[in-house]
Design a protein around this ligand. Structure first.
Ligand SMILES: [Zn+2]
Length: 151
């Protein structure tokens, strides 16, 4: 009768299989080398996050990271994962803020141009155009700031 224990990988309360694997995550509950690696990666990842919070850019950080006191392989693995993470973040920033912001800004400018120089002389149109330009400019600025932080 096997004891219930906490899996060192996924931290679930589990009964290991006959092959000593966690039924939750499938990893060897006795594989301490693997744990140490994942802990090292967490430490490296957290250090990158901390540096980014201080305003350091990941591009500038990458060359200096190879001098950090961790195994080279773990550093390179975290660098790749972090770069993918940033790429997804940049993509989301473009899709949710930069593109809609730019679209709204251009539409607002277009409507304003029609209002000033064209036949659309209605007050309501003016309010809509102001709203679009305000929303567009704000989204664009927030998006560009997020983009800059994710480089
Ligand atoms: Zn597990």
């Amino acid at each position: 009768m096997a004891d219930i224990l906490e899996c060192p990988h996924c931290h679930g309360r589990i009964i290991p299989t006959a092959a000593n694997l966690c039924p939750g995550c499938g990893k060897d509950v006795a594989d301490l080398a693997e744990i140490r690696k994942s802990e090292i990666r967490d430490i490296i990842w957290n250090r990158i996050v901390a540096e980014q919070r201080k305003g350091r850019r990941f591009i500038a950080l990458q060359s200096e990271m190879t001098g950090w006191p961790f195994p080279r392989g773990e550093i390179e693995m975290v660098q790749q994962e972090y770069e993918q993470h940033l790429a997804i973040f940049r993509h989301e920033t473009v899709m949710r803020l930069v593109l809609p912001g730019t679209g709204a800004l251009l539409l607002g400018i277009g409507i304003t141009a029609c209002f000033l120089f064209g036949p659309l002389g209605f007050g309501g149109v003016h309010i809509v155009a102001d709203g679009l330009m305000f929303y567009g400019l704000l989204s664009l600025m927030v998006g560009l700031m997020r983009w800059h932080r994710a480089c």
